[in-house]
Design a protein around this ligand. Structure first.
Ligand SMILES: Nc1ncnc2c1ncn2[C@@H]1O[C@H](COP(=O)(O)OP(=O)(O)OP(=O)(O)O)[C@@H](O)[C@H]1O
Ligand SMILES: [Mg+2]
Length: 260
């Protein structure tokens, strides 16, 4: 279990990005972190993986525990070794390396002999990557790159993956496909996920639990079904008006029939 207790995060000694944030990710659960631009989603994930100081940020209050053991003073490498893998915002592939070489980077710390089997497993989860094995990853589409970085994270064999806006800039079909695969990984591998997302509809469709951040604070939390039905979430984050779902609304917009 990953637990954040009342954390406060500050950048450059002055920018208060998080205050009094408490949340938890139970083993094997999918938890979604919703919130607008600047609400503190990325900062929350960076606090967990221990990379805040690379951006002159600092945890100034509270604690973060993994199975009751404090990890908030640990180095990012140590936290990663404990099975917490952070996929940062913006699909950071090594553009000059091929798909396969990128994937192997995920396994570079591993000493066990399961890498080959896990590689096959990644291609099974993400069949779109198979014909792209030898392609330079810089030429892959946004969706393919997102699958690649998640596949690379999978190869670290994490117990919990922190994903930062995986759906950003992807077409609705690709978003749906990606979340279906994430759910499959969660179910089959028991990997827990903490997913920062602005696409609330897609993320809540696979989540067990969710938190809504506003101005660096948890404004709302609840199970995914409860959040999906919450009027405020519906109005502000699900784009639902008069019973339309997110996808219905998008497709009607595409057809130029949006009446809202
Ligand atoms: N490196 C930084 N230096 C100073 N301030 C920062 C830094 N990174 C983020 N912030 C500030 O901290 C707050 C939270 O930012 P954060 O990136 O966590 O939000 P977010 O919810 O991930 O937003 P987005 O949806 O745009 O990615 C914002 O006010 C932002 O301006
Ligand atoms: Mg962010």
């Amino acid at each position: 279990m990953l637990k954040l207790n009342n954390i406060e995060a500050v950048y450059s000694d002055v920018v208060l990005a998080l205050t009094g944030v408490s949340m938890q990710v139970t083993d094997g659960n999918v938890v979604v972190l919703l919130g607008n631009n600047g609400s503190g989603k990325s900062t929350t994930l960076k606090s967990i993986s221990g990379v805040l100081d690379t951006e002159d940020g600092e945890l100034t209050e509270g604690s973060i525990e993994l199975d009751g053991k404090r990890i908030d003073k640990m180095k990012p490498e140590t936290i990663a070794r404990l099975g917490v893998c952070h996929v940062v915002q913006g699909r950071p592939v090594f553009p000059q390396l091929t798909t396969e070489e990128n994937l192997l980077m995920g396994a570079y710390m591993r000493k066990d002999n399961g890498v080959k089997a896990d590689m096959a497993q990644v291609y099974e989860y993400f069949p779109k990557l198979v014909p792209l094995r030898k392609q330079k990853s810089g030429y892959l589409s946004g969706g393919e790159q997102q699958m690649l970085v998640i596949g690379r994270a999978f190869l670290t064999r994490p117990r919990i993956m922190l994903l930062d806006e995986p759906s950003l800039g992807l077409a609705p079909m690709m978003v749906a496909e990606m979340f279906t695969i994430l759910k499959k990984i969660n179910r089959e591998q028991k990997t827990a996920f903490l997913i920062a997302e602005q696409n609330a509809a897609a993320a809540l469709s696979i989540a067990d639990y969710g938190y809504l951040l506003q101005n660096g604070k948890v404004a709302l939390e609840g199970t995914a079904p409860v959040l999906k039905e919450h009027q405020g979430v519906k109005k502000s984050y699900l784009g639902v008006t008069a019973g339309q779902s997110y996808y219905q609304m998008k497709s009607s917009e595409l057809r130029g029939q949006n009446q809202s």
